[in-house]
Design a protein around this ligand. Sequence first.
Ligand SMILES: CC(C)(COP(=O)(O)OP(=O)(O)OC[C@H]1O[C@@H](n2cnc3c(N)ncnc32)[C@H](O)[C@@H]1OP(=O)(O)O)[C@@H](O)C(=O)NCCC(=O)NCCS
Length: 173
Amino acid sequence: MNKGLQNFPILITERLTLRQLSIDDTAEILLLRSDDEINKFFNRKPSRTLNDALHFIKIIIENDDTFYWAVTKTGDEKLIGTICLFDFEDDTAKCEIGYELRTEYQGQGIMAEAARNVIQYAADTLGIKTIDASTHKDNKSSTTLLQKLNFKNLESINPENPNLISFRLIKFK
Ligand SMILES: CC(C)(COP(=O)(O)OP(=O)(O)OC[C@H]1O[C@@H](n2cnc3c(N)ncnc32)[C@H](O)[C@@H]1OP(=O)(O)O)[C@@H](O)C(=O)NCCC(=O)NCCS
């Protein structure tokens, strides 16, 4: 999958605008990636400085194989979360989804709204037939979100990390 940097898709939902990540998002990316409440479910090196956040953004922008949207409330440019499609397998029309939202914006249906639109874009425009997701077994909000979006628990054990639950979406409508 090669998305082409010139044509990054902007997705508009009822309340949200999903747009391309930019270096102007550095402060908000730092807030997100330095938040211990958010990081506890991710196996990643947290961003601790503006430079860390900027470095992360540059890697994302330069990576032509990943769709990485900044989630914003329409009318306000400020990034409040992110949602991405990655690990595309062209032969099986499969990819993976990931997302995170600033703590104060959680529990308002924001990620469900963003994810529904991203999934629709993946199916209708990219021709994706399967989307995988994995989440920590104690991550209730992410598990609830995936179930709400019709992802099914694969009931498989991840050999690299048994604490992760693997979900899969194959019925898009
Ligand atoms: C996972 C996450 C993106 C969910 O975003 P969100 O916008 O709060 O989710 P929504 O408001 O759309 O909620 C979806 C469902 O989860 C439920 N939910 C939300 N927060 C919850 C919580 N803290 N505990 C339990 N359920 C929760 C909602 O009630 C909703 O179900 P409902 O409509 O039946 O009530 C957000 O909690 C987050 O960013 N968490 C930290 C990062 C993370 O875990 N990312 C995923 C890693 S795999």
